[in-house]
Design a protein. Structure first.
Length: 581
């Protein structure tokens, strides 16, 4: 009898111990075991509106782990922010309901968020950690959520859990098995990504209004895993505006049709254009479909061919312009952004181009890429290695600046450019194709290489320059007459006259270090600090000196319009470049 009495007293004492409460830093705790407590209340009158719940708390020489937040603990409080520690596993019913909470950090050990936990708050962004497996009914109803990140362990989402928020996009992880009635109603959802290979059970209803998403799903795009369309349809995931499997296929935005690239999966190729969009096209750098943002990296084959375009703007996301991308339009000017590395065959052929700016990372210009236009002045950047055949055939180029990286110039590349009188061949060029500069107005060729290009066509109807070179003045570097003209097998014969060591001569490899920038009435000579300009001489096409000086920037107002050669003398050598006033 005495033993039983002692046992009952012990149980009573333990019960009293576990139910006792205490307050620390305005937070009230209830002891739930010998080592754990739950948050029971908060003094929001005296406490801060920003609450950091500790992972552990000490009372009467005992250290307790904070493992839960009791039901209604912060209900209707004036707190604005709460940090829930990793020690907490349960957020109880209505724990923060009706509070002024707008920011919450949920610890990585929370397993359960019970019903109405954050009902009627002011949250805008919520991240559910991977530890959470269930979200109760009404848990986040009637907030202001614009961003929601569901952890990869969530299995069940209760009725009304996220009703009446501002979510436009939603990703449902593969772990989710059940989504309740009305769960996402009252949100302006535009796209849903479901990562589950087995479709979560949902409610579909157009009559009772209990639909998980919206009774009218026609404004929502759905993205699902590859090969799951039939199983999703069988589980009543129907009525959506579009259903995309595995980020593949095509979509159209603002009359431009995009193909999702297989690799990487967040890039697209423009493949078509509906002329209902007009003659002026601004291609965006980014587009979004099925809750995914895609970078526009490629203009596909024939994408804008024969579309009547007068203007196009290319974004700096584009890397490649493929074959006939803008063939046969009426585009007058175009700027190729620095992002582009390849301009493919026929890309801008048969347009009305008078001006083209080629970006500084283009390495290849394809066959007939700019054929049949009206380009008058052209600068090829140093990045370009290859200019393919017919690339600029049949234009009106009078001012041509070939970059210092060009290695090969294809057949007929600059043929039929009436008015082209002078061509400067950079030292980098190794091969020039048949008829590349076959235009009857050519009177001057300046070759900058100490070693002549090894491949040119001479003395035939397909001569690189002209079937009759006798009216073309050739300028070559000092000491190269044999290599260019007189040695057995030399290919640069027939020019008249040939001038060695004057105008256009490069005594040293400075081409990649010097830029001559000519504007309306000024010239600026740019170079690295490793060399010093000692002086310059400017010659007219007749060879007469018309100006001299030693400044890097100077006016050219006294010069008439025309083509000139500027001879630059540096402390480490000399060179010449052509410019147009």
């Amino acid at each position: 009898m005495k033993t039983n009495l002692l046992s009952l007293i012990a149980i009573f004492i333990v019960a009293i111990g576990y139910s006792q409460t205490f307050t620390d830093n305005f937070i009230s705790y209830t002891v739930t075991s010998a080592t754990t407590v739950e948050v029971a209340d908060y003094d929001d009158v005296n406490g801060s509106p920003t609450v950091v719940i500790p992972a552990s708390v000490s009372y009467n020489s005992t250290n307790y782990s904070v493992t839960s937040i009791k039901f209604l603990a912060f209900q209707n409080s004036t707190i604005t922010s709460v940090d829930i520690p990793d020690s907490v596993t349960i957020i109880g019913v209505g724990a923060f309901s009706g509070s002024t909470l707008n920011t919450v950090s949920i610890g990585d050990s929370v397993v359960t968020i019970e019903g109405s936990a954050f009902l009627n708050c002011s949250l805008t962004n919520v991240t559910i950690p991977d530890s959470v497996t269930s979200i109760g009914n009404y848990a986040f109803q009637n907030n202001s959520l614009v961003n929601l990140f569901l952890g990869n362990s969530v299995a069940t989402i209760g009725n009304w859990a996220f009703t009446s928020n501002q979510l436009t996009a939603l990703t449902i992880p593969n772990s989710v098995t059940t989504i309740g009635d009305f769960t996402f109603q009252g949100n302006p959802l535009a796209c849903i990504i479901s990562e589950a290979t087995v479709p979560p059970a949902i409610t579909t209803s157009t009559t009772s209004g209990m639909d998980t998403f919206n009774t009218n799903r026609s404004n929502i795009d759905l993205s699902i895993p590859t090969g799951t369309a039939s199983t999703y349809a069988a589980e009543t995931w129907t009525g959506f505006n579009s259903v995309t499997e595995g980020l593949a296929g095509t979509f159209t935005i603002d009359n431009i049709t995009y193909q999702i690239n297989p690799t990487p999966n967040n890039e697209v190729t423009v493949i078509d254009y509906n002329t209902a969009g007009g003659t002026v096209v601004n291609i965006p750098a980014m587009v979004s479909s099925a809750c995914t943002s895609f970078s526009v990296t490629t203009i596909g084959d024939y994408a804008f061919q024969n579309k009547g375009l007068t203007s196009v703007t290319l974004p700096d996301s584009v890397l490649i312009i493929r074959e006939n991308g803008f063939f046969n339009n009426s585009i007058a000017t175009v700027t190729i952004p620095d992002s582009v590395t390849q301009i493919s065959d026929g890309a801008f052929a048969n347009n009305s181009l008078t001006s083209v700016v080629i970006g500084n990372n283009v390495t290849s210009i394809g066959e007939y890429a700019f054929r049949f236009n009206s380009i008058a002045s052209l600068t090829i950047p140093d990045s370009v290695l290859n200019i393919e055949e017919l690339a600029f055939d049949s234009n009106v180029i009078t001012n041509l600046d070939l970059g210092n990286g060009v290695q090969t110039i294809g057949n007929l590349a600059f043929r039929f450019n009436p008015g082209l009188q002078s061509v400067t061949i950079p030292a980098s060029v190794t091969s020039i194709g048949e008829g590349a500069f076959a235009t009857p107005t050519l009177t001057e060729v300046i070759a900058l290489g100490a070693t002549p290009p090894s491949i040119i066509t001479s003395g035939t109807t397909t001569d690189t320059f002209s079937t009759d070179r006798s009216n073309i003045h050739l300028y070559i570097p000092s000491g190269t007459m044999g290599a260019y003209v007189t040695n057995s097998g030399a290919l640069w014969t027939g020019f008249n006259p040939v001038t060695e060591g004057a105008l256009g001569i490069s005594d040293f490899e400075l081409d990649n270090d010097i830029k001559v920038v000519s504007t309306l009435n000024q010239i600026e000579i740019k170079h690295s600090e490793s060399i010093q300009l000692q002086g310059f001489n400017i010659y007219g096409m007749s060879g007469a000196k018309v100006m001299e000086g030693n400044k890097n920037t100077f006016t050219t107002e006294v010069l008439s319009k025309g083509i000139y050669i500027i001879e630059l003398n540096f402390d480490k050598g000399r060179m010449a470049k052509k410019f147009v006033k």
